[in-house]
Design a protein. Sequence first.
Lengths: 426, 186
Amino acid sequence: MRVADLVNDDASLISRRCWADQQVYELEKRGIFGRAWLFLGHESQIREPGDFVQAYMCETPVILARGGDGGIHASINSCTHRGLPVCRASHGNTRRFVCPYHSWSYTVEGDLVTIPQESEVRCKPDKSALGLKRVPRVESWRGLVFGSFDEAIIPLEDYLGDMRFYLDAFFGRFPGGIEFLGAPHRWVMDANWKLPVENQLGDVNHGAFLHAAIIPREIQQQIEAIGYSAVTAPGHGATFRLMPEDAPVDEVAWGMEGMGAILGTDEVRQYLRDVQAQAAERVGDLRARMKGLTYGIYPNLSFLWSNTSFKVSHPRGPGKVEYWSWAVVPADAPDTIKQTLRRNYSSFFGPGGILEQEDSEVWVQQYRGASIDFADDRPFFYGLGLGEEAGHPQLPGLVSVTANEFYARHFFRRWRDDLQSVEGGQ
Amino acid sequence: MTTVSLQTTPEEQRALERFYFHEARLLDNRQYRQWLALLCPDISYRLPARTNLMVDNRQRGCEDMISVERELEGADSLGCPLREETYVHLMLRVERAFKVNSWSENPPPRTRRIVGNVELMARKGEALEVLSNFHLFYARPGSADFLYSGQRRDTLLAGSDGYRLRQRDVVLDYADINFPTVGLLF
Ligand code: FES
Ligand SMILES: [Fe+2]
């Protein structure tokens, strides 16, 4: 197998082996997950010293914690003695992580504090060298914390690049920023990690088809009329609607189309109108008219603006994925409004969502299609809209209609480059 | 929650069980519209999320240390329950089931549920608080089989033509969600 044979030049043909091959997966680990910025969590989850949440960098378990010094720390959740995870909770607050096996204990920053057996031996181990392995690079932007195994990776802000323009169109609306509610919903599917990513990177055109039982045709017509897909860098993308300048506030305002707002109180709807009233001042005229759909950050972070959820697709092998998703709300909203708005997410998305059950189903079925024999000469067609994207006077990146699959072609070109860079054992 | 169920008559206990067995049969027979008729229009239907917490050392030896309640992110929390639904949500789910493009359930899954441990826990005027447990077998064509297990914490309204469901909290017994969906009608 050569990576060059998996993705053709313009990435309009994608081999089935990209999805269902152990060798490819090993290359992904080294070429992508070993080197990219990977999402770990949001600062709102670890406000107080000692607060921690679990995270993953590919299959490697990580503890993200707020240290006693107020700093953010990310350590690999594996004891230096025999390798057990020292933290078994999904989140919490603690002074120490105590390993179950021989009770070595670590601070939330990852320093080894006690070795109970040490008093019985003459030669004392150097504890300062035996802490949990730190994630070498940790940086955050607008509260989103990322880690990388690559010491030499470019700064996070540069990595996000022009995606910051699109992300700020959402984050910038709220004076207090956003917060993540509670522990992530996590569910396991027999699917490859890349398909949920691709789905949230720009595939809004399955909506009216796969989800036709729920999504009315008019939504598709609206997306065709005023929808955009933007690729700021290969693997990063945003889809959104740009509402007409004279559109009524209830049509433009973020959140109004969700179940929380539709079934919620007038107080909730007024809150959303108030947010929209300040939007132009806070994020500018153009971005105030933006109504986002899906966003993706390479390699595996997604933000579903329309249902305000962050998602991470954690690989568990070529054919298994652990999908995490969180409801996201404005941090300074009253609690009752947060509790209402979280339904904009959970009604339709997450493991119990009315829409996402169809997505989960096709992700699993796609993996089956990718795993079959005797069809390697029939790669998947990614050529819709080939070459039809172009620059835009006001919107950063390459821009096109949402039916153009350039977001996925760019993803796979970057993916191919990343894999080639470690091919042949480098 | 009290620890012992209320003293009730055999007739009332039997009536509650008849209600639940009827409900189970409607759901397994996919007669979802008839199931909707068992709900109050202002129903609230919720599934708390279940989290994995550290044991709190200060609660060592106490029941609270390992209580189920502390694992739940429910409607009152600032976490995110898996589901918090109204009649409208449930109606959407039911209508979806009768459309050809409800792909994850087309062909429809075969389900069979056993409902048991029906306990009347409290009586507040017309409202009854009732606990029940269920095991739900779920076989989807072209996929694996799954077993759902959980507790339902219901509020029923007793009317002249039988009971109506006013509130249901479903506590699912999962560690990692490896079911295809938790969007079923439990
Ligand atoms: S394995 Fe952690 S203390 Fe021995
Ligand atoms: Fe979808």
